[in-house]
Design a protein around this ligand. Sequence first.
Ligand code: NDP
Length: 372
Amino acid sequence: MHSRRDFLQKFTATAIALPLAQLHGAAANKSPFDEAYNGPVLKVAIMGLGGYGTRVADAMAACKKAKLTGVISGTPAKVKAWQAKYGIPEKNCYNYENFDEIKNNPDIDAVYVITPNALHHSQVIRVAKAGKHAICEKPMAVNAKEGQEMVDACKQAGVKLLVGYRMHFEPKTLEIIRQRNAGAFGKVLFFQGLSGFIIGDPTQWRLNRQLSGGGAMMDIGIYSVNGSRYMIGEDPIWVTAQETKTDPVKFKEGIDETIQFQLGFPSGAVASCLSTYSLDNLDRFFLNGTEGFAELYPATGYGPIQGRTSKGELTQPHVTHQTVQMDEMAGIILEGNKPLVPVDGEEAVKDLKIVDAIFKATKTGKKEPLAL
Ligand code: NDP
């Protein structure tokens, strides 16, 4: 384990080598009034040094309880750049062929898998077999069966498996959940989730089923799937879904462009959601009950998240989601902390069961039952 002082010394040494603009980005997340932290620190290797991996790495510079100590990548030039930027020693750098060797590396407690969706399954299982905790990006896998195999492998290896559900730590989201639990909205009967963006480059992995496992639903629709559950506070018991496609050249067989879906919950509440790769400005959650409502818009972007309830604006401060997520996840792994909304593998398997049923319902046209 690294102490806070150890981390700060290393951070300062790295920071001296950083251009001012980069340093500002990292330091902007840190409050000078932060109290000193001398507890355990989770040493994390990031696998997949792409767009989101870079965002997580930058955000981790401001973490108290988590520190970036290693990388796993198929691109040597990126590894060199990350070594220089984040002060990562050569002995903590791996590729996709040799990363099982992290087993013998005490500088790595956990691996954060941030690669294309279809690769998560085999990569997380290898991380578990190497005896390291796994943090995996959403969607955890491309179907519930693979997700369950990942959960089982981590359980068998005695390591934790967490999924990158950063909204489960977002202050305005949590405030709505607290208010709902306190009865502020009365009996909750309706949720609307809108999740979408216009996807660009048609050659990217997100539009290649072999790597993505699906289209908008796997990538962005899953925010409404997961959001329905944490906003209503129940697990659904049935689903109906309808798919539409306006561009079959860009969105090939097995890549969904737009899916509308509806979920039914045991209390009688219903959710109505849209997942699409063909509309921007589509990131809104709306929860309605017999005594009030809550709205988040934007609801799941990098922020600032904006929100209000029938009682007024939500004023919780903006936080860098990935900084808070990694500190909270370190607390879960190292200290056994329990988050208000779970982020473990079992939680993510539930979302994949819903996604499997949504895909099925688009084909059968029937109401598909769910047993989560
Ligand atoms: P990118 O394409 O930007 O990066 C993916 C990285 O994975 C690549 O740079 C590469 O890194 C590695 N990789 C390994 N094998 C392949 C392959 N066959 N094809 C392409 N890349 C490969 O994707 P993102 O970072 O945007 O997404 C990665 C994951 O993170 C996805 O599961 C996505 O859903 C999730 N994500 C989550 C977000 C959130 O807010 N929680 C936001 C954005 C993405 P290297 O060269 O180092 O091997």
